[in-house]
Design a protein. Structure first.
Length: 211
C-alpha cells in the first residue's frame, strides 16, 4: 500500500517486510493483541524503513524501533509475561484469565540485582535458560532454538559468523571479568546465565546482522 501510494518500486516480494514482522513478534510478549503488533509493524515498516528509502537505508533496526514504540505507547501489555508451566491458555486478542504472569530473568528482581532468576518460585537452572523454561518475549525464551536458527543461517551463507561471534564473546568476557554472581554461584555459571537469557542470541544472530 505504501509503495502504491508513493508510486515507488514495490519491494513486497523481497520479503524484507516479513523479516521485520517476524523479528518484531519475537521481541514482544505472546499475549499482546493482534492490533497492537500490527500497529508496531506499521511504525517499523513505514516510518523507520520506507521513509528512509527501504531496505539497507534505514538508520536503525526497524523491528527494535517498533518495539520501542510499543513499549512507550503500551507499557503494561508489553511487560506482562506468562509464567512457564502456569498458562492453561493464551488469548492473542487479550490476556486470558487463566494466565499466570511472572517476571523475566533480566527483570529488576533478578539478574540485574545479582539474583538467580526464578521459575515458579524456584531458582532457574541453566537447562531452564537454555531450553526456554522461563518467562519473556517470544524470541528470548529458548536459547537453543535461536542457536539452531543462527547456525542454519551461517551454514546457508545468509550471515557471517564474525558478527554474532564478536557479539556473544564480548558479553561473555565482560560478564566474566566484571561478574555480578551471587554468593555460591561461580563467575562462569553466571556468565552462562547472562548469555542464555534476555534474547542475547536473538540480538547476535538476527538483529546485529540485519542488512
Amino acid at each position: 500500500l505504501w509503495c502504491r501510494l508513493m508510486k515507488c518500486d514495490n519491494k513486497t516480494y523481497d520479503l524484507s517486510a516479513v523479516v521485520t514482522g517476524v523479528l518484531l513478534a519475537f521481541v514482544c510478549p505472546p499475549t499482546i493483541p493482534y492490533w497492537m503488533i500490527i500497529l508496531g509493524d506499521l511504525f517499523a515498516i513505514i516510518l523507520v524503513k520506507m521513509l528512509f528509502g527501504g531496505i539497507g537505508k534505514n538508520i536503525v533496526n526497524p523491528a527494535l524501533a517498533g518495539r520501542a514504540f510499543l513499549m512507550l505507547s503500551y507499557p503494561v501489555p508489553m511487560t506482562t509475561w506468562v509464567a512457564p508451566g502456569k498458562a492453561n491458555w493464551v488469548s492473542m486478542g487479550s490476556v486470558g484469565a487463566d494466565i499466570t504472569t511472572g517476571a523475566t530473568p533480566l527483570s529488576v528482581d533478578f539478574m540485574k540485582s545479582s539474583i538467580l532468576p526464578q521459575v515458579n518460585g524456584a531458582d532457574a537452572t541453566l537447562a531452564d535458560m537454555f531450553i526456554g523454561n522461563i518467562g519473556g518475549c517470544v524470541g528470548e525464551v529458548s536459547a537453543i532454538a535461536l542457536l539452531i536458527g543462527g547456525i542454519y543461517m551461517i551454514a546457508k551463507g545468509v550471515i557471517r559468523i564474525r558478527i554474532p561471534a564478536a557479539y556473544i564473546l564480548t558479553v561473555a568476557v565482560l560478564t566474566l571479568v566484571f561478574s555480578r554472581a551471587p554468593e555460591g554461584v561461580s563467575s562462569v555459571t553466571w556468565m552462562l546465565y547472562e548469555i542464555f537469557g534476555g534474547g542475547l542470541f536473538l540480538g547476535a544472530f538476527f538483529m546485529a546482522t540485519d542488512y
